[in-house]
Write a protein that binds this ligand. Structure first.
Ligand code: ITT
Length: 205
C-alpha cells in the first residue's frame, strides 16, 4: 500500500520511511514531485493540510504532510511556522541556526527552553478510502521538549538539530540532536511522537 509524503525536504522522507517501517512495514512512503501549493497558512496545521490536500488531489493516493519547526519560549514561540525561513527566503539552515543563536546570546541556560513541533496532516481522497466512503482529513501533533545549546555541535540530522538539546538526558552527558544517531532521533523525535498519534488513523489503510 502506497502513501505519498508531500514534502520537498529529503530529510523528512528519510525520517518518515524509518518511522513508518518500524510499525507499518506494509506501507510504502513515496515522495511527491507534483505542483507545490503556496504555504500561506499561519499555523502548522493549516500548512500541513495545504500540502497534504494538494498531494492527495494530484496523486489520488492517501497523502501525509509534515509542517514542523522549532518554538523558543523566550521568543514567544518563534520561529515556529517560520523556522525554514527564519534568516530570509533562501531556506539556509546554517543562517537560520546562527541567527537563532545570536538572538539568544544574552539568555542563560535556565531560560533557553524550546520545543520541536511536528504537525502531520493525513488526507485520504475518496477514491482511496473504499466504496462509498467520504474523503477523510486528520491532523495530529507531536512535541519534543528541550532547550537551545549555546553553540552548534554534531553533523547529524538537519535544520536546527545541532542546537537542540532534548530533555531527559543524563546530566553531564547531554548531546544535541546533531550528535544523535538517526535511530536515536527517530525513536524520540517530535515527528515520531506525531506519528504515534497518527498510527491508529492509518489502521484501515
Ligand atoms: P516541506 O514544506 O517541503 O515539507 P520544509 O523543510 O520547508 O519542507 P517546513 O515548512 O515544515 O518544511 O519547515 C520546517 C523547518 O523546521 C525545517 O526547514 C527546519 O528548519 C525545522 N525543523 C523541522 N523539523 C526539524 C527537525 O527534525 N530537525 C531540525 N529542524 C527541524
Amino acid at each position: 500500500r502506497q502513501i505519498v509524503l508531500a514534502t520537498h525536504n529529503p530529510h523528512k522522507i528519510e525520517e518518515f520511511q524509518a518511522i513508518v517501517a518500524a510499525t507499518r512495514p506494509d506501507l510504502e512512503v513515496v515522495g511527491y514531485d507534483g505542483p507545490e501549493p503556496v504555504e500561506d497558512g499561519v499555523t502548522f496545521a493549516e500548512n500541513a493540510l495545504i500540502k497534504a490536500r494538494a498531494a492527495a488531489a494530484h496523486t489520488g493516493l492517501p497523502a501525509l504532510a509534515d509542517d514542523s519547526g522549532i518554538c523558543v519560549d523566550v521568543l514567544g514561540g518563534a520561529p515556529g511556522v517560520f523556522s525554514a525561513y527564519w534568516a530570509g527566503h533562501a531556506k539556509d539552515a546554517a543562517a537560520n541556526l546562527n541567527l537563532l543563536l545570536d538572538q539568544l546570546s544574552d539568555i542563560g541556560d535556565p531560560h533557553r527552553a524550546a520545543r520541536f513541533v511536528s504537525t502531520i496532516a493525513l488526507v485520504v481522497p475518496e477514491a482511496a478510502s473504499g466504496a462509498g466512503a467520504a474523503e477523510a482529513e486528520h491532523v495530529v501533533e507531536g512535541v519534543w521538549p528541550g532547550r537551545l545549546a549555546t553553540a552548534a555541535s554534531g553533523g547529524g540530522g538537519f535544520g536546527y538539530d545541532p542546537v537542540f538539546i532534548p530533555d531527559g538526558q543524563q546530566p553531564g552527558a547531554e548531546r544535541t540532536v546533531g550528535e544523535w544517531t538517526a535511530e536515536e532521533k527517530n525513536a524520540a523525535s517530535h515527528r515520531s511522537r506525531a506519528f504515534a498519534e497518527l498510527a491508529p488513523l492509518l489502521a484501515g489503510l
